[in-house]
Design a protein around this ligand. Sequence first.
Ligand code: FEO
Length: 162
Amino acid sequence: MISTKMQDAINDQIQAELYSAYLYLAMSTYCESQNLRGFAHWLKLQHGEETEHAEKLMDYLLERGGKVVLKAIDAPPAEFGSPLDIFAQVLAHEQHVTERIHKLYELALAEKDYAAQIFLQWFITEQVEEEATAGAILERLRMIPEKSGALLYIDKELGKRE
Ligand code: FEO
């Protein structure tokens, strides 16, 4: 059986993952409105990944005999600025999520919840990848002058994400 503290913290993380999904969906529609179809596509897939993260946490909680409590999700912003601004926000957001996951892991250690420790390792590894990917795209955007043709090349590359 899972502890109440751990259950509450996982429910908070489900809310945070669903907010991430909502944020990337908002960024995706914003990019679509700017005719940046590749960026929109990449962010739409990211929205899907975040939903999967939330579902993974829900499934785990249910498996442990816990209770899933879905909470209200804040509205994301509607304006995001340039692609460079967007990816600076994506990276900052992922760094914030990493901090949250680490706190969750610290709680699992304090609670001596060994199953949660093993389960959360997947999320720790996933965050390394999420930060690296967002960081690499941000670096590429920093290399090019704003509104240059190279932006269309990056847009095309991001459109290839599967
Ligand atoms: Fe679910 Fe992008 O972390």
